[in-house]
Structures are given as structure tokens and as C-alpha cells.
Ligand binder design. Structure first.
Ligand code: SAM
Length: 236
């Protein structure tokens, strides 16, 4: 079974939102498994200290390498993708999620930082030994890696076999094929004097597909020139 292992100082934040809706149902149905590791359990002094002041000065605290290392060693899950959530990491993409699921079918392990982050030496050491990768969920700073871990896990879980009732829906979603998705409409047909585009009521599937393609391309071009450039390059 695909397994998520989360290293955190706040294990009560899990499963959090992943206990609800699609991910929550799949968790109950044992389509994926969740293990949280409380990093504080690996502190060795009587105060269970996990952090200390920053060498070189600065206001914030830094998570100690020895404590984080002990937590990772005691719970290492072989053949899983190992991630450190970090604003300095590679920006998360749908392609990354798909490639991790393909390359690491056993699951994912996510290390969540707090305070000013984690001592660089333990990150370097796990990068060398287990290919740990820094991943960012966007250009902003969160108080901790737990929300980032929930985001990463949600994006993975909905792509696991048997989780979505209609998995084909994911093939045409935003970011697949480097395009944003076309606009979606449902009932009522007229709402607030706004109407559903005629073509969607026509029943002509060829025309509908053509309209959706034009809309997807147009929205991508305006909102995400970076994606549009990539899409165009691949279409050549
Ligand atoms: N001092 C760090 C810096 O400027 O890069 C930020 C530390 S942040 C307050 C604490 C923790 O939150 C980080 O160690 C990381 O695990 C997590 N975090 C914050 N922003 C994130 C982001 N955009 N993506 C992923 N994780 C993030």
C-alpha cells in the first residue's frame, strides 16, 4: 500500500484535511496509509529540546541535526521519495507529483521544518545518502512544513489507483499537457442573467472539444505565459 511518512513536531496536524472527503475516504478504505513521526521523541535531554540558536547570530531558532537525523534513521522507509518542505526548494508541479508516483510506488516521506528551518548538515547528509530533495509549495513563507506536506500529499493521493471515481478526469485537468483547464459550468442554465455558452448545450462533442481547447489555450496564454511558452515549444 502507498505510504506517507511525515516527520513533524506537530503530529496532531495529521491527517487534518486529509481525513476528509476524497483522501479521508481513501484512508479509511486503506488505499493509502499515513504514519507520523514526532521528531521531539528523538530529543535526548530531559527537556526534549529539538532546536537551538543559530550559529552566526540571528533571532530565530534552528532544528538540531542530531535530533532530526535520529528521527529519520529510526523510521526510514525504503523506496519512498524523501522530501524536505522548504521555501528554498524546487517549486512543486503536477509533473513532479506524477513522476514520484511512478518512480516510488511505495510512497513518500516528508520532513517538516519549523522555526528558521533545519540545520543544513543533516539535510546535506540525507541528500547524499537518500536523495532528499527540497520542495517549495510557493514563493511565500509558512510557519512550518506541515501545511506544505498536506498540500503535497493531497496532490499525490487523488492520483493513486482507485481513489478517484473517475480517474480519467485528471488527464485533462490544469497543468496536464501544460495547459490550464477550460471554464466549467453546471445548472441552472441561466444564473444572475449569465448564460452557459451555447456550444456546451449543443450536444456536438466535436465542437465542444474544439471550444474547450480554444478556451484552455486562451486562459493559459493570458494567465500563465510561462506555461504557454512550454506548451507551444512541445507542440512544435
Ligand atoms: N528561514 C526560512 C527561510 O527564510 O527560508 C523559513 C523557515 S519557515 C518559517 C519554517 C519552515 O516552514 C521551513 O523549514 C519549511 O519546512 C516550512 N516552509 C515555509 N515556507 C514554505 C514553503 N513555501 N514551501 C514549503 N515549506 C515551507
Amino acid at each position: 500500500m502507498w505510504k506517507a511518512t511525515v516527520y513533524t513536531l506537530f503530529p496532531d496536524m495529521f491527517p487534518g484535511s486529509l481525513g476528509q472527503s476524497i483522501a479521508g475516504k481513501a484512508l479509511k478504505q486503506e488505499k493509502w496509509d499515513l504514519k507520523t513521526v514526532n521528531i521531539r521523541d528523538y530529543a535526548t535531554d530531559k527537556h526534549k529540546t529539538v532546536d537551538d540558536t543559530s550559529y552566526g547570530g540571528g533571532t530565530g531558532m534552528v532544528m538540531r541535526p542530531d535530533v532530526v537525523d535520529a528521527a529519520l534513521i529510526a523510521n526510514v522507509t525504503p523506496n519512498t521519495k524523501l522530501i524536505y518542505t522548504s521555501p528554498k526548494g524546487k517549486p512543486l508541479t503536477q509533473n513532479m507529483i506524477r513522476s514520484w508516483l511512478a518512480d516510488y510506488p511505495d510512497g513518500i516521506s516528508i520532513l517538516c521544518g519549523r522555526y528558521e528551518g533545519i540545520d543544513q548538515r543533516v539535510l546535506d547528509s540525507w541528500q547524499e545518502s537518500h536523495g532528499l530533495e527540497d520542495i517549495s509549495i510557493g514563493d511565500y513563507v509558512l510557519s512550518g512544513g506541515e501545511l506544505a506536506a498536506l498540500v503535497i500529499l493531497d496532490a499525490c493521493i487523488r492520483l493513486l489507483p482507485g481513489v478517484l471515481e473517475k480517474p480519467d478526469a485528471t488527464i485533462i485537468e490544469s497543468f496536464e499537457l501544460d495547459l490550464l483547464e477550460y471554464p466549467q459550468y453546471t445548472k441552472p442554465q441561466i444564473w444572475n442573467n449569465k448564460v452557459v455558452p451555447d456550444v456546451l448545450l449543443s450536444g456536438d462533442h466535436k465542437n465542444i472539444a474544439a471550444w474547450r481547447k480554444i478556451e484552455a489555450e486562451s486562459i493559459t496564454k493570458t494567465r500563465r505565459p510561462d506555461l504557454w511558452q512550454r506548451f507551444q515549444a512541445k507542440s512544435k
